[in-house]
Design a protein around this ligand. Structure first.
Ligand SMILES: Cc1cc2nc3c(=O)[nH]c(=O)nc-3n(C[C@H](O)[C@H](O)[C@H](O)COP(=O)(O)OP(=O)(O)OC[C@H]3O[C@@H](n4cnc5c(N)ncnc54)[C@H](O)[C@@H]3O)c2cc1C
Length: 407
């Protein structure tokens, strides 16, 4: 089915998570006509620790969301810790200059907030629709989208495509992961919200347990989110009681392998069923491919042990749109688009590759509680090493400052 003029846009964004919603919103604020395709109905839950780094405040202001985020999010997160065995060591978190602290907001609220803001800035949000096929035709792209409710199919056309579909869902696009055989080393991800947990407000501990790692933080509505990753091989070896879900088995494993978590969850009540995802694919990927610009997890992913993925998604969207807006009049020329793609990828890697490497090292360490335990005496003497680790993961680096993208 061919698109009508009403189905022609300056930019098409695939995916309405933090990366896609931010890219669409910034382009719409600069006067572009933008369509965003999101396959799920919002609000939707998502496997994520839901902590948003302090480095995002300037960008939240730029998006017009700082106030709403401030009203909805949980308490300021000022301290980190490592929980290993029965022990914990705490340390201060770093933050950029003396600005506000990072805070956590559940993804059902954060993602809805961003997408609603994009829609109110004029983005044509197609939801729940899935981008099923994308082809280049001369100077533009044709995208077949499918309604997840009615299976109706429509063709959209755009001069430019931004892939913001994340990295966990298989799909037909060149930028999406392709099926690979399951491996015992695969990292599967889990998350649940708890009520009445005894985590001190402001503390975000890293949990070290055999073949996995996790994190806890207080988010909105007094809930505490617990998110974690576990090797597939370990999950398969866990004994499961009749009817026990994978999430429940994972929590049991955490409580046995990392008893320091027990007092926090002693009186806690899980609010919803466990959510799972994965395997996750930490690492670097191309930021520009076959004329398609890529943001967020689709462009690269840090081990969630450092809780920086949302930040990288929204900040990469800002880095990209700044360049697109500057080059707008010439983007139809292939060499200009390729040049923008190259420069954006170089900037992306300068900003985020170091934390992807740091996160891989921390993840490896955290998945071996015996190694972590061996470093506890040193961490007790010098807790600033934990602060330094958090700094390496980007917690104090302002990628987006006051510099707004300009039309
Ligand atoms: C256990 C765990 C804990 C984490 N904790 C944190 C944390 O505390 N802080 C933090 O900053 N990060 C955290 N992260 C990372 C964070 O969740 C991701 O980095 C972030 O969601 C990436 O955002 P995104 O916009 O790139 O992709 P996503 O959030 O994955 O959004 C992609 C969207 O695209 C849609 N989509 C996919 N395919 C299509 C298609 N074909 N057509 C239309 N729509 C499509 C999906 O439905 C989805 O809504 C954690 C991750 C894990 C696994």
């Amino acid at each position: 089915m061919r698109g009508t003029p009403a189905d022609r846009f300056d930019a098409l964004v695939i995916g309405g998570g933090p990366g896609g919603a931010t890219a669409a919103l910034l382009l719409a604020q600069a006067g572009w006509s933008v369509v965003l395709v999101e396959r799920k109905v919002f609000p939707r839950r998502k496997v994520c620790g839901e902590y948003l780094s302090a480095t995002n405040w300037p960008l939240l202001k730029l998006l017009g969301l700082a106030e709403a985020f401030g009203e909805m999010a949980g308490p300021s997160v000022t301290r980190t810790a490592i929980f290993v065995g029965r022990t914990s060591v705490q340390a201060d978190l770093p933050r950029p200059r003396d600005g506000p602290w990072g805070r956590a907001l559940s993804r059902e609220h954060l993602d809805s907030l961003l997408l609603a803001r994009a829609a109110s800035a004029g983005v044509d949000v197609r939801q729940p629709w899935r981008c099923a096929e994308l082809r280049r035709e001369g100077y533009e792209y044709a995208c077949r989208i499918e309604s997840q409710a009615t299976r109706q199919s429509v063709e959209l056309r755009a001069g430019l495509v931004i892939a913001a579909h994340g990295s966990w869902e298989l799909g037909p696009l060149v930028t999406q992961p392709q099926p690979v055989a399951a491996h015992p080393h695969d990292l599967l991800a889990f998350k649940a919200h708890f009520r009445d947990a005894s985590l001190p407000p402001g503390l975000m501990p890293l949990l070290s347990f055999t073949d996995g790692y996790g994190g806890m933080v207080q988010c909105d509505h007094g809930q505490t989110s617990l998110s974690c990753c576990l090797r597939r091989g370990r999950l398969e070896r866990l004994q499961r009681a009749d009817g026990e879900t994978a999430g429940e088995a994972v929590l049991r494993h955490i409580l046995i392998s990392c008893p320091a978590v027990r007092p926090v969850l002693d009186k806690a009540i899980r609010d919803e069923p466990w959510l799972s995802s994965g395997p996750i694919h930490p690492g670097l990927r191309p930021c520009y491919r076959d004329g398609i610009f890529v943001v967020g997890n689709a462009a690269g992913e840090a081990h969630p042990v450092v809780a920086e993925g949302i930040s990288m998604a929204v900040q990469s969207a800002c880095l990209l749109t700044r360049r697109l807006i500057t080059a707008r009049m010439k983007l139809h020329e292939r060499h200009v688009a390729e040049n923008v793609g190259r420069q954006y990828q170089a900037e992306w890697r300068r900003c985020f590759a170091p934390r992807i490497r740091a996160a891989a090292a921390v993840a490896h360490w955290a998945m071996h509680p015996q190694w972590v335990a061996a470093t506890v005496p040193l961490l007790r003497r010098c807790p600033r090493l934990l602060t330094w680790g958090a700094r390496l993961s980007g917690k104090a680096r302002l990628v987006i400052d006051e510099t707004a993208p300009r039309s």
